[in-house]
Write a protein that binds this ligand. Structure first.
Ligand SMILES: Cc1cc2nc3c(=O)[nH]c(=O)nc-3n(C[C@H](O)[C@H](O)[C@H](O)COP(=O)(O)OP(=O)(O)OC[C@H]3O[C@@H](n4cnc5c(N)ncnc54)[C@H](O)[C@@H]3O)c2cc1C
Length: 259
């Protein structure tokens, strides 16, 4: 729909630099040339600090790891456990969903996490932006997780092998656990929507909508009715530094980290 309305999509084209011109517009450098615009939206999530230095230590990349595993013979036929699952334990957690009936690889169990099982609680995964490889310790843990969680209910592994696929992806974490949405303070025309932690699927669409409302000058009462104030990009929030993932640390230190 966007393309039909004239959107020019340049894939495989990293923005390598961003600078304000004397006339107030912004210049975005890429290996295929430069683009100049009055308004620029930076939606680079965990990679934001690479082009906007002010986000160093503010939006921190964290690599997450996921597997898709063929269901054991004891799992429900051709489909889906009725809910999604979280397995939360001291020092970490896993999250799990099954591919629904009628979908490609129906019944496959998609399970991710295992960060807390890596060396130093997964410390090495913070600041990592390489999603072309996997962490072998997490890999080993996730590959064995399902028979451990389901016990005898798992049954026998599929004759084709348990693990169908495994991958990593980069998330963007902020000091207070909320995304940054809005115009960069003191940088007219530079708009941000980034840092969705592990929850962007449910947040980034409406954040994009809110950002457009702001960009078009409709930042009033109506937006205030549904858009959380705590998501707004403010100088005060930019002054905080990432101290750790908030939902994996105890409440007392959580307050300290957010403060
Ligand atoms: C392992 C894992 C599990 C997750 N599980 C869940 C979940 O269960 N529920 C949930 O809600 N969310 C989950 N998420 C988070 C969710 O995927 C993200 O929050 C969401 O994808 C954020 O969308 P985005 O478009 O803002 O950023 P991204 O999807 O990260 O996209 C950013 C894009 O910017 C591009 N980019 C970066 N730098 C540049 C540059 N300089 N120039 C040009 N392009 C650039 C990148 O290539 C990328 O395509 C998970 C993420 C991971 C990695």
């Amino acid at each position: 729909m966007g393309l039909a309305r004239g959107l020019n999509l340049q894939t495989w084209t990293p923005a390598t630099g961003l600078r304000k011109l004397e006339d107030g517009r912004w210049e975005v450098a890429t290996p295929r040339g430069t683009v100049v615009a009055g308004k620029v939206v930076v939606a680079t999530n965990g990679y934001t600090a690479a082009i906007l230095d002010r986000f160093r230590g503010v939006i921190v990349p964290l690599r997450g790891q996921v597997t898709a595993q063929r269901p054991g013979s004891g799992m429900p036929f051709g489909g889906c456990l009725p809910t999604t699952y979280s397995f939360i334990y001291e020092g970490g957690y896993e999250y799990m969903a099954t591919r629904p009936s009628g979908s490609l690889f129906a019944g496959d169990v998609v399970i991710g996490g295992g960060l807390g099982k890596a060396e130093d609680g997964g410390l090495e995964e913070y600041g990592t932006t390489d999603d072309t490889s996997v962490n072998p310790t997490i890999s080993e843990y996730l590959r064995g997780a399902l028979p451990r969680y389901f016990g005898s209910n798992w049954g026998e592994d599929s004759p084709e092998g348990r693990v169908r696929a495994e991958w990593t992806g980069i998330m963007g974490y902020s000091p207070d656990g909320y995304p940054f949405v809005g115009e960069m303070p003191g940088q007219e025309g530079l708009w941000i929507s980034a840092s969705f932690q592990g929850h962007g699927m449910v947040l980034c669409w409406k954040c994009a909508e809110a950002l457009v409302e702001m960009m078009e000058g409709r930042d009033g009462e109506e937006l205030g009715e549904w858009f959380p104030e705590v998501f707004r990009l403010t100088e005060e929030r930019m002054g905080k530094r990432f101290q750790g993932r908030l939902h994996t640390i105890a409440p007392a230190s959580k307050m300290e980290a957010a403060g």
